[in-house]
Structure formats: C-alpha cells, structure tokens
Design a protein. Structure first.
Ligand SMILES: NC(=O)c1ccc[n+]([C@@H]2O[C@H](COP(=O)([O-])OP(=O)(O)OC[C@H]3O[C@@H](n4cnc5c(N)ncnc54)[C@H](O)[C@@H]3O)[C@@H](O)[C@H]2O)c1
Length: 387
C-alpha cells in the first residue's frame, strides 16, 4: 500500500469529520493508498497540537502556506471558513498537491473561478465535500433515476431547516460563529445549507437554469466577536426560491436557521411521470419510493397495490453498504465522508476525476449567486449553470 500524506487545514467540525474518514478508509475500502495523518494546521499552536495528539497527526503547522507546500504532504484538505478557501486552494494547486475542499467552494463565483482554473492548470485531482451525495439512500435515489424509474421529472422540492440563530444574543464572527459574518461566510443559509441541496438536486435532476428568490435577515444587528461592536448582519438568515431545471421540471427550495424545533431537517422529494422519491436526513437509512410504472415489465403497478414503499437502505446490493455490516444494520452521518473519500481515492487510482470536482462545485456556486442576486432585485435570474 502507498501512503497518502494528508495536511489538514482547520481542526473544527469538518477537521474532525474528515480525520475520522482518513483513519477508517482502508479498514472498510479496498484502495491502494493508506492515508497518513501528516500535518494538522491551525493558527493556534496549542490547539493544533491538542487536535494533532487526539487524532494522531505526525506534526503541526501554524501557517497554512508551509503546510500546503511541504514535501511530506500529498493531499491538502481545506476545512477552514469560506473566505480562506481560494487562497489555500490556489497555493496547494501551484504546489502540485491533490486538493479536497469543503463546500461552498468559495464565497462568490468570481472567487471560485480562479480555483477551478488553478486545479485544471496544475492537473491535480480535486474534490469538493458535498458529502450528502454519498449518503447511501441518496446515492440509491440517483441509481433509481438513472434506471428510468421516475420517468419525466415534474417537481423537485428540498428543505434544510435549523433553529440555532433565533436568539439575538448569538454574536457574529470569530470561532464557530464565522457563519454569521458575511465577510467570512459569503452568505448565510444560501451558501452554507442550500449549497448542499442544490448540489444534490443538480446531480439527481440536472442543471438549474433560472431562479427567483426571497431572503430575509430576521436579526439585523449582532455583536461582532472580533471587533466587540454591535454590527449590521450581512447574511441571509432564511432563503426560499423557485426554479426551473433544464429538463423542464420545477423546483422549490427553502432553508432557514429560524425553524424553531428543527436542528437539521434536510429533505428532498422528486415527482415524475413513472414514480416519486423522498428522503429525510432524520431517517437517513431510508429512501421512500412510489412506483407507478414497473420498470421490469413496463406495466402500471396494480392500483390496489400502489403506495409509498419504504426501502431500508442497508442491503449489500445498496450503494456502499457491502463495505459495512450485515443487512438491516445502519451506518451514520460520518460514513458519508468516508464514502466520499473512498470514491476520491479510487478515482485517483483509476485516473478518473471524481465528482463533484471544483468545476462541478462552480455550477452550484453559480446557482447560489443567482439566488442571492434574485433576492436583491426581486427578478428571475438565469444561473448559467451547466451539467
Ligand atoms: N460538508 C458539510 O456538511 C459541512 C459541514 C460543516 C461545515 N462545512 C464547511 O467546512 C468549512 C469549515 O467549517 P467548520 O464547521 O469545520 O468550521 P469550524 O469553525 O468548526 O472550524 C474552522 C477551522 O478553521 C480554522 N481556521 C480558520 N482560519 C484559519 C487559517 N487562516 N489558517 C488555518 N486554520 C484556520 C479554525 O481555527 C478552525 O479550526 C466551511 O467551509 C464550511 O462551510 C461543511
């Protein structure tokens, strides 16, 4: 087995989720590269050291520029706030490193495009961690669509609902709260939450071509942790948009951090001429499927048998599940990162770029930007997103 030496930039939520994936990869997947947790990078040396010791990283860097150019690093993993992605990714590409970057790719399309150019110019393998594609039930949804079981798509609807910023006392900016600071995050729920839903939607149902959106910022001013002053809030707290897909279907998306009682209610539903699909992250081991036309014989399901079928996505025949336990036993959130990493490494070994790469994530960025532009003007906006 060959080593795959990782530089982890950032030790927060995603730094932990990805470190777990690197540690478990070769336990579950028959790939030829074994990740080595080589460098943990963060600005605070003590905290970086504590993280490195906990997860088993060989050494620590406090300057990401040193980490991404180090000779003992093969792969740079960008797990820092959105405003840092571009600079780190371009430097890593110029250093010839493989790059896996957290979503959203950047804050804006203008910021994301040079990242795509840099990885393509350098010819380095790259991926963006839109991990929900790798939840087995969602991957199974893709399989059922590709098998023609949904037919002509009519409707795609998708939500991502949270409730953690309702209190006006939650500050913006700084550790953990950079998501509320437009300068660091780029946008609010649109880039943070809906980017996931948009990536999944375009993977399942093709490009989103036009959008019309409404955003709201319910709490207009918050204390800024870095300046100590009460400052205007620049992010969207909530966003709802309508859209058209290139295949002629209609989409409805909603995201908010003000849905009292919901922590991460992430759903999708697709309705087509021959069937429908429905997924809810709170019951992530299930995919609900309504079969109107039976693919195998072309006949309609007899009307007295029609109904939603709840598929427990735990069989060896289901995506990724032959790598884990016996049928009936579930895997969890963390496995979506492990599955994504396995696909990335297998893609590198096969010489086949894995999706979503930076170019694919740029399409999601274009939709996010069109949504925010539409919310600002009230007009329909063409996204320019392609397959
Ligand atoms: N795929 C997903 O489901 C998912 C979930 C959460 C976050 N994310 C994305 O992951 C990224 C990080 O989010 P998070 O929740 O892990 O954030 P976090 O606040 O938990 O961690 C961010 C880390 O970056 C470090 N950092 C900040 N600036 C740095 C710099 N200049 N140099 C080195 N380290 C620096 C911080 O010290 C911290 O360790 C964001 O882009 C976010 O959108 C993705």
């Amino acid at each position: 087995m060959k080593p795959l030496r990782v530089a982890m930039i950032g030790y927060g939520f995603m730094g932990r989720a990805h470190s777990n994936a690197y540690k478990r990869l070769t336990d579950f997947f028959a790939v030829q590269h074994k990740p080595v947790l080589q460098v943990a990078c963060a600005r605070n040396a003590d905290r970086a050291k504590a993280f490195a010791d906990n997860w088993g990283y060989t050494r620590v860097e406090t300057d990401w520029k040193k980490a991404v150019t180090a000779d003992d690093v093969d792969l740079v993993d960008i797990c820092t706030p959105n405003d840092t992605h571009q600079e780190i990714a371009i430097a890593a590409a110029e250093a010839g490193k493989m790059i896996v970057c957290e979503k959203p790719l950047a804050r804006t399309v203008a910021e994301a495009q040079p990242m795509v150019d840099a990885v393509e110019k350098a010819g380095v393998p790259n991926m963006v961690w839109f991990n929900y594609r790798r939840v087995p039930a969602i991957t199974l949804a893709k399989q059922l669509i590709d098998e023609g079981r949904i037919g002509r798509a009519f409707h795609f609807r998708s939500n991502f609902l949270q409730d953690w910023t309702i209190s006006p006392d939650v500050p913006q900016g700084g550790a953990g709260l950079w998501r509320l600071d437009a300068a660091a995050a780029g946008s609010g729920v649109t880039g943070d939450l809906l980017a996931h839903n948009i990536d999944t939607a375009m993977w399942l149902n093709g490009p989103i071509t036009r959008v019309v959106a409404k955003t709201e910022t319910f709490v207009k001013e918050r204390m800024h942790s870095l300046t100590g002053k009460v400052e205007k809030v620049g992010i969207d707290d909530a966003c709802a948009f309508l859209c058209e897909f290139a295949n002629g279907s209609l989409g409805v998306f909603e995201s908010t951090r003000y849905a009292r009682g919901h922590k991460a209610l992430k759903t999708l539903e697709l309705n087509g001429s021959e069937g429908s699909l429905s997924f809810n992250l709170e019951e992530m081991e299930y995919l609900d499927f309504f079969e109107y036309t039976q693919k195998e014989n072309g006949a309609s399901t007899p009307s007295h048998l029609r109904g939603w079928r709840r598929i427990h996505v735990t069989n060896g025949e289901h995506p990724y599940m032959d790598k884990y336990w016996v049928p009936g036993l579930v895997i969890g959130y963390e496995h979506s990162f492990l599955n994504a990493l396995a696909d990335f490494v297998a893609g590198v070994e096969a010489g086949k770029p894995v999706q979503p790469d930076f170019r694919s994530a740029l399409q999601t960025q274009k939709v996010c930007e069109a949504v925010l532009q539409s919310a600002a003007t009230g007009a329909w906006v063409e996204t320019g997103a392609t397959a």
